[in-house]
Design a protein. Structure first.
Length: 361
């Protein structure tokens, strides 16, 4: 083992790009609203019809952040320590999301799904969920890869990207990465074409490999933004960039999806990451950006248990639009509060404990 592997200076987290952290929170909030809305309205009537593209923004941001944080030190810390860092950062909330999903599955007051499944089957579904093993068997939930916590599909691909980064990508010349990104871009366009002009795939057994295509391009181009220093100095600030990001999610569903969706992922999101990395941050919104970044992952990984219950409620009660509006607004606010509670009571303490435990070894 590398004797420097546990050197505190090597393991120390680098300075964050606060505006990018803030934009991550905006994207997480958008996807929560999108998940509420997609349970009720067809894309043509969904005001945030392209909210699902927030995942592609996450992937691009991840590629940039991973390259920035680890390119110059993964050789010193070693692959094993890199994997430990990523597990400590990501997996506590994978487990929490699975637990919440299991509780919602068993005790949904408006649904009766558990009666169809044996105890052994439910235990297997839960184990696969906490271990991030795709297991698309719940028909009532459209055969989601992770029936207890649907957003975990993107975490599965995030783990795959992290493994490939540590084993291969971190060693590749940036020109090779550029070639791979171009190939990945072509693959992404093919995926969109095959799906009838949509990139809404990767979450179910039938579109499993679409998730690989979505992260392949975005993660690689995120790395390239750092490697080539494609950082654009600007004065847009957090508010300006948040508006630009939201515009992508508010794009109306149309016959042009086969063009607009790939263009947003291939060009627009990388541009926003480059702008976010180079934007000036006023002191007045710094704390907001920091908070937004911190709560984004807890919000993303804990909200879907409520979405399942909401779907059961909507299916059985068919509330009118005014009531739906109130439910979605209130639900989103409560989910933000719950995410903050999970972050402060569970995620941060667990990660702090694991980090200390790791340092003692």
């Amino acid at each position: 083992m590398n004797t420097n592997a546990l050197n505190p200076e090597i393991l120390k987290t680098k300075q964050h790009f606060e505006i990018l952290d803030g934009l991550r929170g905006v994207a997480a909030l958008a996807i929560v609203v999108f998940h509420f809305m997609e349970m009720v309205y067809l894309p043509g009537k969904n005001f945030i019809a392209h909210g699902f593209l927030a995942v592609d923004f996450f992937f691009c941001l991840s590629g940039f952040v991973i390259a920035y944080a680890y390119d110059d030190r993964i050789g010193k810390m070693g692959i094993k320590e890199f994997f430990k860092s990523r597990l400590i950062r990501l997996h506590p909330l994978v487990i929490m999301g699975s637990v919440l999903g299991l509780l919602a599955f068993l005790f949904d007051p408006f649904g009766r799904t558990p009666e169809v499944y044996s105890a052994g089957k439910i235990i297997l579904i839960f184990l696969c969920s906490i271990l991030l093993i795709p297991y698309p068997v719940i028909a009532e939930r459209s055969f989601n890869l992770f029936g207890l916590n649907a957003p975990a599909w993107s975490l599965f691909w995030e783990y795959v990207a992290n493994i490939l980064y540590a084993l291969i990508l971190c060693r590749l010349d940036r020109r090779i990465l550029l070639i791979l990104a171009i190939i990945a871009a072509g693959t992404l366009c093919y995926v969109s074409y095959r799906a009838g002009g949509s990139l809404l795939g990767g979450w179910a057994g039938e579109n499993f490999w679409d998730g690989g295509a979505r992260i392949a391009y975005s993660f690689l181009v995120g790395m390239l933004i750092f490697r080539f220093n494609w950082i654009i100095k600007n004065k847009l600030g957090f508010l300006g960039l948040s508006v630009l990001l939201l515009l992508a999610f508010f794009l109306p569903d149309s016959k042009w999806n086969g063009f607009t969706q790939p263009m947003v992922v291939l060009i627009y999101f990388p541009l926003l990451v480059a702008l976010g990395a180079g934007a000036n941050l006023s002191q007045g919104v710094k704390n907001l950006c920091v908070f937004s970044g911190k709560i984004s992952y807890p919000l993303y990984m804990t909200h879907y248990a409520v979405i399942w219950i909401f779907l059961s409620y909507y299916t059985t009660h068919k509330p009118e639009t005014p009531q739906l509006t109130m439910i979605i607004l209130t639900g989103t606010i409560l989910l933000l509060g719950f995410a903050y509670l999970v972050m402060t009571v569970y995620d941060t303490p667990v990660r702090t404990y694991l980090t200390k435990l790791r340092s003692k070894k």
